[in-house]
Design a binder for this molecule. Structure first.
Ligand SMILES: [Zn+2]
Length: 438
């Protein structure tokens, strides 16, 4: 039985609802995995799908998490709901093969996200040396190493043998195996709710990413932290609440608006009927830069309105050299820390996708005044460019050439797009530097 058929059986068996207008497809041609498309021919008299329309509904019971996995009881409290806990849970379920209740789902998931930058060859990584991707990768590697050594390794040392026995297969618990699993889990997990934490949500994770998404992921996040109940439970004193007092609206008052215990995919905007039969339907994985996409997901977009080149390293060096303290991040009082950053709320000093320098004036003007701040920001951009094209690194032209010549390897389609996108950034910052100083 092929992967897609197994997945369809899994969907049916787990009562996952998928709109009849949507189809899950496999990209056989480029081997880029599964994606979701809208079938215009199935839209009878509709010209568009209205914003807010429910398109897929996944019962939380079918989410793979540290609470639902077979080794749930072996995972210590502090690892529940975390990425590290989920990676270990996933490693166990994957090794369990057909014994796992998620085998039909896991069949659609690769053993490793080969496009992720950490799996590129040294030669491939050299192509993007000096870009933000190199910095993001370094930070991600440190985090992964820490996660493995502090949490995963001790757990696996203690329970690894029991887990292998239960799975019916010898599980490889080495750091590299952990990283392969983490690449897959990290690219697919969602923040599900206060009880589950991070989870792998079948079907919801089949949508590809766009910076201009068609759909969004929704769940009832406020559930009992201990048992996941939506509508009250015996853990009365522990029920999730994010404010003190002000409980004017008791949940029970509103019977019509009963919270649902599912993960939903809903239309984020009106989606028009496709002109040519079908079109791919996209979710957003967040306002991510090219560097973040390449490191975490292993792909880049040809254009990306969330993209920027960070000037943080250069700006920090300037503050240090001048003997000034690096300014603390400014918090808005009524902002929730966990909220998404809106585009204009990003704090990083940077050159944006439109070639404009942002976030630098805020740092510098209080210290040196407006005129000097403008001069210094030009200097910071110049330094950033030097880092991008420092001796030993190929020039922009050579980079493009190298990317074009790279015919094979894990990032075959990826590398070309990636290099193009990162080069695009190089060009953007170059022109920004020129127009400012000219
Ligand atoms: Zn409870």
């Amino acid at each position: 039985m092929d992967g897609l058929q197994k997945f369809k059986d899994f969907i049916k068996y787990n009562d996952i609802e998928l709109s009849p207008l949507l189809r899950i497809r496999h990209d056989d041609e480029n081997d880029q995995g599964y994606y979701v498309e809208l079938d215009g021919n199935a839209m009878t008299d509709q010209e568009f799908i209205a914003e807010g329309t429910l398109l897929a509904r996944i019962p939380k019971a079918s989410v793979l998490s540290t609470s639902s996995a077979g080794i749930s009881n072996l995972i210590p409290d502090e690892m529940h709901g975390t990425l590290c806990g989920l990676v270990v849970a996933y490693m166990f379920e994957r090794a369990s093969g057909e014994r796992s209740p998620w085998s039909g789902y896991i069949a659609t998931v690769p053993a490793v996200e080969l496009g992720c930058m950490r799996f590129w060859t040294a030669e491939q990584q050299q192509v993007v040396a000096g870009t933000d991707a190199a910095d993001v990768l370094r930070a991600a590697e440190a985090e992964l190493q820490d996660m493995y050594e502090q949490q995963a390794a001790p757990l696996l040392e203690r329970h690894g043998q029991v887990m292998s026995t239960a799975a019916g297969a010898e599980i490889d618990y080495g750091f590299e195996a952990f990283c392969r699993a983490a690449s897959v889990v990290g690219a697919r997990c969602f923040e599900v709710d206060a009880h589950i934490g991070l989870g792998m949500c079948p079907v919801a994770d089949t949508f590809n990413h766009s910076d201009d998404p068609d759909v969004r992921f929704e769940t009832t996040f406020e559930v009992c932290e201990w048992c996941g109940a939506v509508n009250g439970c015996e853990h009365e004193g522990f029920t999730y609440s994010d404010d003190e007092g002000e409980n004017e609206e008791e949940e029970d008052d509103d019977d019509d608006d009963e919270p649902v215990d599912t993960c939903d995919i809903v239309a984020h905007r009106a989606i028009p009927r496709p002109l040519f039969g079908t079109r791919q339907v996209f979710n957003s994985y967040g306002p991510l830069t090219t560097a973040e996409l390449v490191v975490k997901y292993g792909f880049a977009l040809a254009t990306n309105r969330h993209d920027y080149v960070s000037l943080e390293r250069e700006a920090r060096r300037w503050f240090r050299d001048q003997g000034f303290a690096w300014p603390k991040r400014q918090h808005h009082d009524d902002d929730d820390d966990d909220d998404y950053n809106d585009d204009d709320e990003i704090d990083v000093p940077r050159v944006d996708h439109d070639g404009r320098v942002r976030g630098v004036a805020r740092l510098l003007e209080p210290v040196v005044g407006r005129a000097a701040a403008a001069q210094i920001s030009i200097e910071l951009v110049r330094q950033r460019l030097q880092r991008l094209q420092r001796p030993g690194n190929p020039s922009g032209h050579e980079l493009q050439f190298a990317a074009g010549l790279e015919p094979a390897g894990p990032t075959r389609t990826g590398l070309q797009v990636v290099a193009g996108a990162l080069l695009g950034l190089g060009r953007v910052s170059l022109s920004a530097g020129k127009s400012k100083s000219g």
